[in-house]
Design a protein around this ligand. Structure first.
Ligand SMILES: [Zn+2]
Length: 391
């Protein structure tokens, strides 16, 4: 054995110096040549290069790779090749917590069988009644719901009131302690045995929102504002004021799209982006939705995950732009349990509200939010269900 090893080492020593002195060089035409190491400097002066100096590995979206002349890289890129592996691969996620990296050309096929592009799509945030929050894989959601976790904050929080009419949102587990300390489940001054209606304002916030809020506050009235997400930045002050005054903020889509025309992804971003923006600006996540044009179908009802609120009195204020007409549309037929549709982006509507609100109060109507109307008249509103009135 020892003799064999010695022979092997001798053979290697015999071979290595020869191989070590040979160097392969390349020219810009892609030709190669092998020269002795002593000739390398001269050859390089004459336009020959080491491999890495003139070649770059490029990748295709279906998983091929090749060595491209670096000075021709732009030509390769122009026909769909990429310099970085990360440009031709995509990481996808499954609802049970796996992830996989595939060639871009395979992505559509993977999406079709239940993989997703973002970790957000395969996670769901759940809430507990004592204020904890957890992010779980979608595949685990049902198991968590079965042991007392909930999909929405609204389900684990309760709004309570004190004698001064101040509101406080508390975790469900805290409710008993608050009630014992004198807080109330219902807004004081609301009498379930007396008539009540819900004024609703769509398409804002806008330049007349403050005027309408002034009128509501002066009459100790509440209303619901179905806001459009892409207006919330510009009219953030109005949105905050709505929230601070205890008005209900509802979701009226991101840009007033007809939601029945949208695919699943566009539909959920219309809803979720508006909720997120309202939460960001005013600290309130809408819990009721009014689809633009009142237009809905099974997909919209399911994606909303909230009660869908339509109306029983349509003032057509957007069309007439006439305060008398809007006023008459309400006072001529208003009755207990009505949901009244107006828009806080028109000046004649603000003028009409300044007459409607005192007149309804004079007639003994209590002006409540949509959720309050649902609470008093139906014991609460159900997600996915459509309401024109609540009586
Ligand atoms: Zn609208």
């Amino acid at each position: 054995m020892r003799n064999f090893m010695a022979a092997l080492v001798a053979a290697l020593i015999a071979v290595l110096p020869v191989r070590a002195t040979e160097v392969t060089l390349y020219n810009l035409n892609g030709e190669e040549t092998t020269v002795r190491s002593g000739d390398v400097k001269r050859m390089r002066d004459e336009g020959w290069y080491y491999f890495d100096e003139i070649y770059t590995v490029v990748y295709s979206e279906d998983g091929r790779s090749l060595n491209a002349l670096t000075n021709r890289l732009d030509e390769w890129k122009s026909v769909g090749w990429h310099e970085n592996l990360s440009d031709v691969q995509t990481t996808l996620y499954s609802e049970d917590g796996r992830s996989i990296t595939v060639w871009n050309s395979e992505v559509e096929a993977y999406l079709a069988v239940g993989w997703y592009r973002t970790p957000e799509e395969v996670h769901t945030t759940l809430y507990s009644e004592d204020g904890r929050e957890i992010s779980v894989w979608n595949a685990e959601v049902e198991a968590y719901l079965a042991v007392g976790w909930y999909r929405t904050l609204e389900e684990v929080q309760t709004v309570l009131y004190n004698e001064n009419g101040e509101e406080k949102t508390v975790w469900n587990t805290e409710v008993e302690a608050y009630l014992a300390a004198g807080w109330l489940r219902n807004r004081p001054g609301i009498d379930a045995s007396r008539p009540m209606v819900a004024l609703t304002f769509d398409d804002g916030p806008g330049p007349y929102t403050d005027r309408i809020l002034d009128c509501l506050v002066n009459n100790n009235a509440k209303a619901t504002f179905f806001v459009v997400g892409n207006r919330l930045g510009r009219y953030g002050a109005q949105l905050k004021r709505e929230a601070e005054l205890g008005m209900e903020i509802g979701n009226h889509s991101w840009d007033h799209a007809n939601l029945t025309n949208l695919g699943a992804a566009a539909l959920s971003s219309q809803i979720n982006n508006t909720n997120a923006k309202a939460q960001e600006i005013a600290g309130i996540c809408p819990a009721v939705m009014r689809p633009p044009y009142g237009s809905h179908n099974a997909s919209v009802r399911s994606a909303a995950g909230m009660p869908l609120i339509l109306w029983s009195i349509d003032t057509l204020d957007w069309k007439t732009r006439n305060a008398d007409s809007t006023y008459n549309a309400v006072v001529s037929k208003v009755k207990d349990g009505d949901i009244i549709l107006m828009h806080d982006i028109h000046e004649p509507t603000a003028a009409a509200v300044e007459r409607i609100v005192p007149e309804l109060v004079r007639r003994g109507f209590q002006l409540v939010t949509v959720s309050e109307l649902g609470q008093y008249r139906a014991g609460g509103l159900e997600a996915g269900r459509v309401y024109n009135s609540v009586r």
